[in-house]
Design a protein around this ligand. Structure first.
Ligand code: SF4
Ligand code: SF4
Length: 164
């Protein structure tokens, strides 16, 4: 096919790309985009922090509890955090709208807090965490998960042994 035929065919077919950002485009299925964190389901195992290839995740202790911070500027979207998380508390979304000005880079963070609580059994100070599903012989009920979240580490062990 000579050049003119190719040109005529392509003109007849029309554009093969989307006019984004001046028009609509689509999101490919399975795209690895912005990471989301769900403190309610976090066990504080910190696997995600250890495996994060970009060093984007940091947990730190504060008077309010255990703070979670993820820098989207540093994230490589590798998906390791999601892969190793035992409860799907951290996962990649298909949201790729992460363009921002340089002055906004410190605002590109995902925040979370595992709050400091008082153990409902012994009154000790603790961090509210979700149970790791492997800790239960049978799948945990919502009531058991809620009870677990309000116990200190020592009482959690007793709870799992059926001693509470
Ligand atoms: S439960 Fe998931 S999000 Fe929470 S610390 Fe462990 S790996 Fe990270
Ligand atoms: S996707 Fe990869 S780089 Fe991004 S936060 Fe998760 S482990 Fe870190």
């Amino acid at each position: 096919m000579n050049f003119l035929k190719i040109l005529a065919r392509n003109l007849a077919l029309g554009p093969s790309t989307d006019p984004f950002p001046f028009g609509e485009t689509f999101t490919p299925k399975g795209l690895r985009g912005r990471v989301e964190f769900d403190a309610e389901n976090c066990t504080a195992c910190r696997y995600c922090e250890q495996v994060c290839i970009g060093g984007a995740i940091r947990f730190s202790k504060t008077p309010e509890g255990m703070r979670f911070l993820l820098w989207h500027n540093t994230c490589t979207f590798c998906g390791l955090c999601e892969f190793y998380c035992p409860t799907h508390a951290i996962h990649l979304t298909e949201d790729w709208h992460l363009a921002h000005g340089n002055e906004d880079k410190y605002a590109m963070v995902e925040n979370g807090l595992l709050p400091t609580i008082v153990c409902t059994q012994c009154g000790a100070e603790a961090i509210a965490i979700a149970p790791n599903p492997t800790a239960f012989k049978e799948p945990a009920t919502e009531g058991q998960k809620e009870q677990y979240r309000h116990l200190c580490a020592r009482c959690r062990r007793k709870f799992l042994q059926g001693a509470l």
